[in-house]
Write a protein that binds this ligand. Structure first.
Ligand SMILES: [Ca+2]
Ligand SMILES: [Ca+2]
Ligand SMILES: [Ca+2]
Ligand SMILES: [Ca+2]
Length: 126
């Protein structure tokens, strides 16, 4: 069992009542961050409404703390911008146009290039 200096005082200042932590949230009253995902129990329960005993609430592979503090994504949704790319695979997880719009532009460009090349060949043979 680890006994750090943080755990000694945390039950006083994590913002949740010890009784609520045990009975309602099932978190550890001696820890500020029960699941160790980088978000304090209080932030999870009150601010973000995420699961305080699960490091990755939406199961997308990014911990709740990473989503909120690093990627700015929704910790309760595996695909924050609903563009069908899950947060860890999405190059712009809070911009629904990326990468789908880029893929469409590339696809159209390739098809157009192929079409123009074919037309040029046909003209050449005439
Ligand atoms: Ca946490
Ligand atoms: Ca997550
Ligand atoms: Ca997410
Ligand atoms: Ca996405």
């Amino acid at each position: 069992m680890t006994t750090g200096s943080r755990t000694a005082t945390s039950f006083k200042d994590d913002g949740l009542k010890d009784g609520d932590e045990v009975n309602i949230h099932h978190t550890d009253p001696l820890k500020v961050d029960t699941d160790g995902d980088g978000l304090a129990d209080y932030e999870e329960v009150i601010t973000h409404e995420t699961n305080p005993v699960k490091a990755d609430t939406d199961g997308d592979g990014l911990s709740d703390g990473e989503e909120v503090k690093v990627h700015n994504t929704n910790p309760s949704k595996s695909d924050s911008d609903s563009d069908l790319w899950s947060d860890p695979t999405d190059p712009a997880p809070i911009n629904p146009l990326i990468p789908n719009a880029i893929i469409i532009v590339i696809a159209v460009t390739v098809l157009l290039a192929a079409y123009l090349q074919r037309r040029r060949k046909i003209q050449f043979h005439h």
